[in-house]
Ligand binder design. Structure first.
Ligand code: CUA
Length: 334
């Protein structure tokens, strides 16, 4: 009997220490969603159960190794034990109750995690090798970053363009596969402002590990500001000058031609259109459409005074339309 009491006390002691140890090393990242509360609650009970089962095995084993060690010179057989019905019933029924209790907790947590808010904001998510795209139908915005307002439920309607991916933000706890040919849903209510990362949790190809995009949870005001900014960019991209600006950025023009008068390798575009330009040979020319077009297609045709000759700019090949948009953009810089 004394042995049972000692082992019982040691089991409880070690279970407590194991639980405290596991709890303090911080196995979980920050909890940043309402859905993480029921999940972390269940996880905590599992850690308690794990700590107890670990002690229940380790303590009697270790205790037996030391206390019931064979004495020197003792060659007798150990005592033969022929089963114990009461013990067998106990170790069948008690775990059964524990498993049923965890099944209940699991069902309860799942219900909480899936609880749908009718006012949830819809965001369409497209997964492809190897990035995520987020479309906000409510605002007509498309982004490679997932921006979420604080404390409003969002429902992600997710589709894959190619293979199976899996949407996973550890701080939100919930994970959901994205499967080609069907739409899967993911509900989340962010409750902690900050920057996180969505990572792909399904091996989907060579760059699977790099399939990470930013997730930003911000206050409603900051979120609204971001939406307006994105809407302005989207609207600008519809105009010729907006497209021209995108062309100029994409083709690296802005690396040498500043938009604000800053001296760079090439003449600034600020105030350029319509101005009188002095060339290297001393003549002057008006920077009109024809001059700009010629300078883009054949940079050596006319070198502006003070810049290297021959020109360090490579000749570009653009369509007439593309040149028109770039010139439209240059016209706005004054
Ligand atoms: Cu997408 Cu892994």
């Amino acid at each position: 009997m004394r042995h049972f009491v000692v082992v019982g006390v040691l089991v409880i002691l070690l279970a407590g220490l194991t639980y405290i140890g596991l709890d303090t090393i911080g196995l979980m990242p920050d909890a940043a969603s309402a859905q993480s509360i029921p999940i972390d609650w269940m996880w905590n009970w599992q850690v308690i159960a794990i700590s107890f089962l670990f002690s229940l095995i380790i303590v009697p084993m270790g205790y037996s190794l030391f206390v019931f060690r064979r004495k020197k010179g003792d060659t007798t057989d150990a005592e033969h034990i022929e089963g114990n019905t009461a013990l067998e019933i106990t170790w069948t029924v008690v775990p059964l109750f524990i498993v049923v209790a965890f099944a209940y907790m699991g069902t309860f947590s799942l219900g909480e995690v899936l609880r749908a808010d009718p006012n949830a904001m819809v965001i369409n998510v497209t997964a492809r090798q190897f990035t995520w795209t987020f479309e906000y139908p409510e605002y007509g915005v498309v982004s490679n970053e997932l921006h979420l307002p604080y404390n409003r439920q969002v429902v992600l309607k997710m589709e894959s363009m190619d293979v199976i991916h899996s949407f996973w933000v550890p701080e939100f706890r919930v994970k959901q596969d994205v499967v080609p040919g069907r739409v899967t849903e993911y509900r989340i209510t962010p409750t902690l402002e900050g920057s996180y990362k969505v990572r792909c949790a399904e091996l989907c190809g060579t760059s699977h590990a790099y399939m990470e995009n930013a997730v930003i949870v911000a206050s409603q005001a900051e979120y609204d500001a971001w939406v307006s900014e994105q809407q302005a960019i989207a609207a600008a991209a519809q105009t010729p000058e907006g497209q021209g600006q995108i062309m100029a950025v994409k083709n690296g023009c802005v690396g040498c031609h500043s938009a604000d008068g800053t001296p760079l390798t090439g003449p600034t575009w600020f105030g350029l259109y319509g101005s009188e330009v002095t060339l290297a040979d001393g003549t002057t020319v008006t920077a009109d459409d024809a001059f700009l077009e010629e300078s883009i297609l054949d940079p050596n045709a006319a070198i502006v005074a003070g810049f290297p000759s021959p020109s360090v700019m490579p000749p570009y090949q653009f369509t007439d339309e593309e040149i028109a948009t770039i010139i439209a953009y240059i016209k706005t810089l004054k």
